[in-house]
Design a protein around this ligand. Sequence first.
Ligand SMILES: [Zn+2]
Length: 410
Amino acid sequence: MSKLESLNWIETQRERMVALVEHWASINSSTYHPAGVEQVAHAVLPEFSTFAGKAELLNVPSMMEVNERGVLVDHSLGPALSLRVRPTAPRRILLAIHMDTVYPQDSGFQEVHRDEMNMYGPGVADAKGGISVLLVALEALEQFLDSTGNTEIGWEVLLNPDEEIGSPGSIELLRSAAKRNHLGLLFEPALPDGHLAGDRKGSANFHFVCHGKSAHAGRHFEEGINAITAAADLAMRVHSLNDRWTGTTLNVSRIDGGGPMNMVPDVAVVRANVRYSDHSLEAEIDLALREIMGLVDQTHHVHSVRHGEFTTPPKQVEGTIATMFEQVTECGQSLGLRLDHHPTGGVCDGNRLAGWGLPNIDNLGVRGAGIHSHEEFLVLDSLTERAKLTASLLIGWASGALEWPSTLDP
Ligand SMILES: [Zn+2]
């Protein structure tokens, strides 16, 4: 099959893609509903069974979370789906996206429906549409390769169950996939205007647990150490760091603590999310947070403990990533798409993979909008449109029409 024939074949897959996404999105796969994620994995698996490799489900270790009492508790996660085809080929590409969504099992937003233009429902754009784009683009690539006998390109698919909470369980799967591939393509939804995400900020979540001492509020008030007032001071001090570094934000997102009115509270938890654009700031931010904890401990006589680390570094469009963007733009032009890339504060596995040295473009998925809201939708035309975009890129690299951009040799 020529490139043109492969791309034309993608056009014939529209109804199938629509049906697949509709089916996958009708299964609730909140990150915290591992049985639902597993059900999605089982629904997706047969679609990947026609390739030369063997698609399989991999167990993902459970993840630890700080509960409202400041105690670490275990949460199990759904499985990952993995498939490797020609893993020893000299040029290797990772294609990845997540199966989980942000919508809890009891969310009011469960139903999938569509009209002529769009499909509406939880996870249709983020990122079940992307799974279908990745699948059909790979099918087109394989048809092209079959007709040419080319075996220079190998690829790996990794669908993880926990991206929406920062991939804590699948992090080692991602890390090893980053090491054995040269380039990465991820299928997060395109920006609402159809453009791609360029520079991405880094992100880190921190949980500060302040331990005080409980006491009867009437009889022994003086013996108590109030964890909530300490936590409030800590929250204000963390917030005040917003003035320190341009472009860096610290969002105090939640405080837990307290109990009966007649008791001095002994535990409080402050949670904050940090967004920053320069990797080198991590050490400074880390130090500032430690200083705040020291001050709070001293002032309020509490004992503070911090959980969380920097696992999602900023991602910048430079070097191989810049070349990949040029090539995607070129592929887009040949399909009549004008593609640009814009900076975003949002993060995804693309940040983590780039941090481990795997150059990648991360939102090659469908067009749509309203992600992480009850208005989420995908534009139906974008299913085949984006599959053709990725297939053009893959076939371009396979045929030599596009220069292989990687200088890496993992
Ligand atoms: Zn996503």
